[in-house]
Ligand binder design. Structure first.
Ligand code: ADE
Ligand code: ZN
Length: 347
């Protein structure tokens, strides 16, 4: 091979290299990890969801329709063994995608069978994650999520529960749901996030998906989150982009989700490349992989192809994913060291 071709080859990331690249996933919903076959595809079809004939994945017009679907699919999970299995499979799929640690968001609003017994729900999740770690070496943490459109008393009750029960597996408070329907809610959630922070929990928030840049600003300035989930509409405000870059606020970005829910028109039009080029710390994530028919290795591969990212760009994104994760410090050090070994001296 001529020297130029050889060095190009060494920089190009093929599918195996991407799969094995050590990384973390920090934006992954438990609700999007319910295998549809296990809850009955027929039920979903009867509920008016269309399925892609090629991939079998459901199709959604927008976030509101998608969130309604989560209510229906998760309501069918009533058995503890099923909950354990869902958690175990998260760890198994993570390992198959080179993921050493996953932060998993769960939102009780979607799980009616478990709302009155969150202790037991988290216990069953814990069993599944523990078995997954033993078999596949993947560590997993949970983020309890509030809902943007929820009654304030219900959000407060969830934080009360979390701070009283303090299950070891749950390390963070988050908020998700539909900001377009809720309006600006930063002031409303700020006291709850302050309580969580004072109690030593990590924090993150969905913003800049169904809200514009003002939602991202509120997440940073009112909720004081460590990470913004999505955050892509920050791009509409250049001053905000500059602040995110200067303050090293990581955005956990989910490209396929944004395309599938109509937040962006196509992967080629996705803001992730402009945000990255502007110096914003970005990680790649799947959001709801089983419902969007994606995997984390697919996200890295599709973005590499679309934006011409080489190994050094993908390595930098993997580093952000680990550094911005809520893994224990020692685990982060292990994963960062595996990543450095994998990338070699050129990194
Ligand atoms: N819950 C699950 N996926 C979500 C998303 N992409 N946005 C808001 N809430 C969600
Ligand atoms: Zn999400």
């Amino acid at each position: 091979m001529p020297v130029d071709a050889e060095s190009l080859h060494a920089r190009t990331a093929d599918a195996d290299w991407i799969r094995q690249l050590p990384k973390a996933e920090v934006h992954l919903h438990l609700e999007g990890c319910v295998p549809l076959a296990s809850v009955g595809l027929d039920d979903a079809a009867r509920a008016g969801v269309a399925f892609d004939p090629d991939t079998g994945a459901p199709r959604f017009h927008d976030l509101a329709e998608f969130l309604g679907f989560l209510d229906r699919s998760c309501a069918l999970v009533t058995d503890g063994a099923h909950v354990e299995h869902i958690a175990y499979e998260i760890a198994r799929r993570a390992a198959a995608n080179g993921v050493g640690h996953a932060d998993v968001i769960f939102n009780p609003i979607h799980w009616p069978a478990w709302q009155a017994d969150l202790d037991r729900f988290v216990e069953r999740l814990d069993c599944g994650f523990e078995a997954g770690e033993a078999d596949h070496g993947v560590t997993t943490a949970l983020c309890l999520s509030l809902t943007r459109t929820q009654r304030p008393a219900d959000s407060a009750a969830l934080v009360d529960w979390l701070l009283a029960a303090r299950p070891g597996r749950v390390v963070a408070l988050s908020v998700d749901g539909n900001e377009a329907a809720a309006g600006r809610t930063g002031q409303r959630f700020a006291p709850l996030f302050a309580r969580a922070r004072r109690a030593g929990l990590h924090t993150c928030a969905h913003a800049g998906e169904s809200s514009g840049p003002e939602g991202v600003r509120d997440a940073v300035e009112l909720l004081h989150v460590e990470r913004v989930d999505h955050g892509i509409r920050a791009l509409e405000d250049p001053a905000l982009v500059a602040e995110l870059a200067a303050n090293a606020v990581p955005l956990d970005i989910c490209p396929t989700s944004n395309v599938r829910l109509g937040v962006v028109a196509s992967l080629a039009a996705h803001p992730v490349e402009q945000l990255r080029a502007a110096g914003v710390r970005v990680s790649l994530n799947t959001d709801d992989p089983l419902l969007f028919g994606t995997s984390l290795a697919d996200e890295y591969r599709r973005c590499a192809q679309t934006f011409g990212w080489d190994r050094s760009v993908l390595g930098a994104i993997a580093r952000v994913s680990i550094e911005s994760s809520f893994a224990a410090q020692e685990r982060k050090r292990e994963l960062l060291s595996s990543l450095a070994d994998y990338l070699g001296p050129a990194a």
